[in-house]
Design a protein around this ligand. Structure first.
Ligand SMILES: C[S@@+](CC[C@H](N)C(=O)[O-])C[C@H]1O[C@@H](n2cnc3c(N)ncnc32)[C@H](O)[C@@H]1O
Length: 229
């Protein structure tokens, strides 16, 4: 079973004895791990596609966990009733897919103690959506697996007035900007290198679009330098 650092980090954010909803479970690796490790008593896993749904059903059957993992076919939270779970995981999808899943089920999402989100790309766009629609970012972290970095964002619907946010909150995240763990520092350094390369390649550009992109990347690099200073 492929259970790498990314899923391990997600599982580490799940406190014991809660009902977990895993949206887009694919092979059902996370639900199987959560039950086998005694982290969760029940997991409800959803899948939009019949192929991965069948794969998940096979894997759950193989390890004899049908009594602990309920598998449901459907999109996002559609197959889930309000208050059926305490913690939800939406991992391994694009940021826009995650945003749409949250947005389409606002009346269910507000009941979760925690939503653990792991977008594969466009993390900043997801963070901007979360910060502008009343989500409190309670934790952020990074996993490094197979030479790639994966950002994990843990949120809940805010019950209190939220502080205003700035561009570094969107670019890096309000929790991550204060984290000094080795993997977070490595991740920010990695992002700075990518920006430096983009800036170098755009330096020769005379076009208006190129110059606008150059300015944007220079500002982002400056902001990231502030974070690791
Ligand atoms: C790359 S896999 C990630 C699997 C697992 N969550 C993980 O992080 O390892 C993404 C899965 O999400 C499913 N998916 C995509 N959009 C979905 C939606 N709106 N509702 C439920 N599942 C969805 C896909 O079919 C696919 O199996």
């Amino acid at each position: 079973m492929k259970f790498g650092k990314r899923l391990e980090l997600i599982a580490s954010k799940i406190s014991k004895n809660h009902t977990v909803i895993d949206i887009g479970t694919d092979h059902a690796y996370l639900p199987i791990y959560l039950i086998n490790e005694g982290i969760s008593r029940k997991v409800i896993a959803t899948e939009i596609l019949p192929g991965p749904y069948g794969r998940a059903r096979e894997n759950i059957k193989k390890v004899g966990l049908e009594g602990f993992i309920e598998l449901r076919l459907g999109s996002g939270f559609n197959p889930i009733k309000p208050k059926e779970g305490d913690i939800a995981v939406i991992a391994g999808m694009g940021a826009m897919t995650i945003k749409n899943i949250l947005n389409e089920s606002r009346e269910k999402v507000c009941f979760f103690k925690k939503l653990i989100l792991q977008p594969m790309r466009n993390q900043e766009k997801l963070r901007k959506y979360l910060l502008t629609t009343g989500y409190e970012i309670i934790d952020e972290d990074v996993a490094f697996e197979d030479k790639k970095y994966y950002e994990i964002t843990v949120v809940k619907k805010a019950q209190k007035h939220l502080d205003p946010f700035d561009e570094i909150d969107v670019l890096v995240g309000p929790v991550m900007r204060k984290k000094r763990t080795p993997v977070v520092i490595e991740y920010i350094n990695h992002r700075m290198k990518i920006l430096q390369n983009l800036i170098e390649s755009l330096n020769a550009s005379n076009s208006e679009v190129g110059q606008r992109a150059l300015k944007k990347y220079e500002n982002q690099l400056k902001a990231l330098r502030e974070v690791v200073k």
